[in-house]
Design a protein around this ligand. Structure first.
Ligand code: AMP
Length: 390
């Protein structure tokens, strides 16, 4: 794989390039997102322009921010009836989406987001709706109940998102979804996200989306054969222990550990140093000259581990990197391919180990002992479907 040339040529866009406003950009900086994921880069500009979008995207790709950021950017805070509705198949997803909206809206004063799902009493939902909310995130059944009772006013709706649309249909919500779509203003903007594109979803899109931009993040690159790829199921609190145990048993020379946010590069590098490793962080906030010095230290063997974000590690070519760790899973397959391509350089072999965090803490969350090293727990294939929603 000759990805050095590609690394230089396809610099990813920044969030500012996508046209997002300053207060949202600041929230993203504070969270530590360094650059947009593929689905975000492809959808946000169209959504900001007001186009309908149909996106083929799985959980873990960053699709929530792909629709949440443009909605927040275009929100009219003076409007009382709800202006955005997100339909999600499950209560868990609805809550996650709400939390994401709140996180991204940290610098927009007075944005109200309400989760609306079955199983919760009506009282809380009714009083919040009466007070006025800008964004409603709900499961189709409960949204229908509110519409039937006349307690949810969607007459002023401007944005409608169908999140995990295929799941909603699989769960038997097709009729509810169609009723809700048909009951909302004609000139609203619609975004539909689905992991698969069965006939029903296509039909839904043809009926309810206006000239949608279709976005599917294609897998263009392949991973190199000389890199052994394994994964490890590990719950979030055990990641550091798991990493250090693997480092103890694997015969590693130099390593890059990939995390999602800039803040996490610093935190994890610090934890590794406290455990006796010579580790340093590199991220997009560290000036180029300093980054180069750090990479040179890795080259010279003065440093063994780099904890990096995708952007900072782009194009790094250090033959002694024997291991790449996906401590946080990347948002798309392209990023995965680029990350693990930091090892196995110059005809050598390399190892890539990805940490998969189960969504529901089923894995080793009850055990105090860190998981066994990867020789017994890792499989030789990487499974993207098990990615946690984070
Ligand atoms: P989602 O696919 O929306 O469920 O997002 C999966 C995870 O990726 C969540 O933990 C998000 O916080 C995280 N995430 C989303 N966008 C980015 C980004 N641009 N950079 C880093 N992490 C991100």
């Amino acid at each position: 794989m000759s990805d050095q040339a590609t690394d230089a040529a396809d610099q990813p866009p920044t969030f500012a390039d996508l046209g997002l406003g300053d207060r949202i950009l600041k929230a993203l900086r504070d969270i530590g997102y360094e650059s947009p994921s593929a689905i975000q880069a492809a959808t946000i500009p169209h959504l900001l322009e007001g186009r309908d979008v149909m996106g083929l995207a799985q959980t873990g790709t960053g699709k929530t921010a792909a629709f949440a950021l443009p909605i927040l950017d275009r929100l009219d805070l003076t409007q009382k009836p709800p202006q955005a509705l997100v339909l999600a198949p499950t209560r868990e997803l609805a809550l996650q989406v709400c939390e994401a909206f709140e996180k991204y809206a940290a610098n927009l004063r007075g944005v109200h987001v309400l989760p609306v799902y079955g199983g919760q009493g009506y009282g809380v939902q009714l009083s919040a709706l009466r007070r006025g909310v800008h964004i409603v995130v709900g499961t189709p059944g409960r949204i229908m109940d509110h519409l039937e009772k006349g307690t949810l006013d969607l007459t002023e709706l401007r944005f409608l998102v169908l999140d995990e649309a295929d799941e909603m249909l699989n769960m038997g919500f097709a009729e509810d979804v169609e009723t809700i779509l048909a009951d909302t203003p004609v000139d609203k903007q619609v975004a539909l996200f689905s992991a698969t594109m069965p006939k029903q979803i296509r039909a839904l899109s043809q009926t309810y989306l206006k000239d949608p931009v279709e976005i599917s993040i294609e897998r263009k690159t392949r991973t190199a054969e000389n890199i052994r790829q394994r994964y490890l199921m590990v719950s979030y609190p055990q990641k550091v222990d798991a990493l250090t145990r693997i480092l103890e048993v694997e015969n590693f020379e130099g390593a890059i550990v990939f995390v999602r946010t800039k803040n996490e590069t610093e935190t994890l590098a610090e934890k590794l140093r406290a455990r006796g490793y010579s580790a340093a962080a590199i991220n997009g906030d560290i000036v180029q000259a300093q980054r180069e010095r750090t990479v040179n230290q890795l080259k010279d063997g003065k440093l063994d581990i780099l904890v990096a974000t995708d952007v900072a590690a782009r194009g790094i070519d250090v033959p002694r990197i024997s291991h790449v760790f996906n401590y946080d899973i990347p948002t798309d397959t392209e990023a995965y391919v680029h990350r693990i391509g930091r090892t196995g350089r110059a005809g050598r072999s390399g190892d890539a180990i990805s940490f998969i965090t189960p969504a529901s803490g089923t894995c080793s969350s009850t055990s105090r002992r860190p998981p066994a090293p990867p020789s017994s727990r890792c499989s030789s294939r990487v499974s993207r479907r098990s990615t946690s929603r984070g």
